[in-house]
Design a binder for this molecule. Sequence first.
Ligand SMILES: *Cc1c(COP(=O)(O)O)cnc(C)c1O
Length: 346
Amino acid sequence: MGTSTLHIDLSALARNWRALDAKSAKTVETAAVVKADGYGIGAGKAARALAKAGAKTFFVAAAEEGVILREALGPSPRICVFGGHMSGDTDMIADMQLTPMLNSLDQITRHFEALPGHPFGVQLDTGMNRLGMEANEWDAVRDLVMTAEPMLIMSHLACADEPDHPMNAQQLAEFHKMTDGLNAPRALSATGGILLGPEYHFDLTRPGIGLYGGLPFEDAEPVVRVECPIIQIRDVAAGETVGYGNAWTADLPSRVATVSAGYADGITRHISGKAVLFDGDTPCPLLGRVSMDLITVDVTHLDHTPRSLDLLCAHQTVDDLADIGGTIGYEVLTSLGRRYNRRYRG
Ligand SMILES: *Cc1c(COP(=O)(O)O)cnc(C)c1O
């Protein structure tokens, strides 16, 4: 096998969903966010495993993702679109029975004119200033919109991964102000909000990253292992250099393994010279620069010749790698490219 393998543990994904589901009351529905191809692991496979675990509502970013998901899930589950009803989306929304979260007066007009009676939700802005209607817009259309019976009224927290951040309480208060007394289910929380406590749960929660093994859900089980095959091993004499820019120089005679994975596979160059790969439990330092298709690794200390090394595993989680590369677990996962051999189990 000449390319790296993503080992994807769908049972761990299902256990993470159940663990997050157990954090809110039985009356609260736990949905699942599978945008960006299921955070890189494959939206269809992920969603089918989550549906089997009990998820009945799924969220994607755009209608195009909803189409793919509907084909994978069949007719029953509810598929909601954060981006709402964009121009050109009408046929997809109608044919694939998608539920757009309407974000603006424009989208409300478009949806009501094009698909009267078709289910929809509403997204409100409670301070993040990214998606959703602001208080004054909502005031203007609220009564009209409520007569059309939205299936959900939602908003999104900007700082939920920081439990002590005052923005959380501020957005919670704003959400209450904009929605109290309305006769529709409400949703405010993604993974971070679920962990803030029950007053943030309302009627439905929308976890994403925690399902896939990422922070802020500390108890998440890892879902993805990245196994990189060793293509070649060579002995390097003291004073020789390895890789582009001669970025690493051997102080001592060394054994260097070249593995098949690189920045074209979404492995950021910012981990060059900093991350390690694992042979089982044994760390092996990454040498020099990550190149497009290849990474060089110090295996001098190993007493055998492994066939592959792990870049992501229980010893180096998506968040560990993100810290090393100056990014977040979300970006590590969603950057994993198309070239991997994806193996699912569970
Ligand atoms: C991505 C997203 C989620 C899921 O967030 P996580 O932090 O991955 O749990 C929920 N709601 C909205 C609006 C989102 O954009």
